[in-house]
Ligand binder design. Structure first.
Ligand code: GNR
Ligand code: NI
Length: 171
């Protein structure tokens, strides 16, 4: 069990484009379990590898009430099934404390490999569809703040930078 540090905006490492996973090693299994531990510890619905400074195409999610149905997506992609706007409010562990409405397709079909390399697909809508698109954005170095106006984005950036400086000073 290991809870990893989640990088926060505007950390430049969040802009890294993650590489596809080609080997299903024991080191990968440990990385997956550590990411699940981190997601549960932070009460997140999902977590992308990029957020914990691991730049390979891996996402974990859990949408169950009891938080005991972990989902693992390796090299995930999606097809849009319904491009009407899904206007769920969106949050991000890497942009803590900010919740925004941004455009996401209402329904998508995800294609991915599971933790053992077996292919699967899954149709998702509502909040889960938003989350899938949000996590795949992370793997491409994109953040929810990129969809906001420059004014809003800069306001969030200053507030987080101030909070980071304070945290550093207070140890
Ligand atoms: O925990 C999270 N909640 C959430 C809510 C609405 C839309 C997307 C998300 S993902 C977020 C966790 C996170 O930052 N994943 O990258
Ligand atoms: Ni996020």
């Amino acid at each position: 069990m290991a809870v990893l540090t989640v990088l926060e905006y505007p950390d430049k490492r969040l802009r890294t484009v993650a590489k596809p996973i080609t080997e299903f090693t024991t080191a990968l299994q440990t990385q997956i379990d550590d990411m699940l531990d981190t997601m549960y510890d932070e009460n997140g619905l999902g977590l992308a590898a990029t957020q914990v400074d691991y730049h390979h195409r891996l996402v974990v999610m859990d949408f169950s009430e009891e938080r005991n149905e972990p989902l693992v997506f390796i090299n995930p992609t999606f097809d849009i099934l319904n491009d009407e706007p899904n206007e769920c409010q969106e949050g991000c562990l890497s942009v803590p404390g900010f919740y925004e409405h941004i455009y996401r397709a209402a329904k998508v079909k995800v294609h991915a490999l599971d933790r053992h390399g077996k292919a699967f697909s899954l149709e998702v809508d509502e909040l889960m569809a938003v989350c899938v698109q949000h996590e795949i954005d992370h793997l491409d170095g994109k953040l929810m703040v990129d969809y906001l106006s420059p004014l809003k984005r800069n306001r969030i950036k200053s507030k987080l930078e101030k909070a980071h400086k304070l945290a550093l000073k207070q140890g």
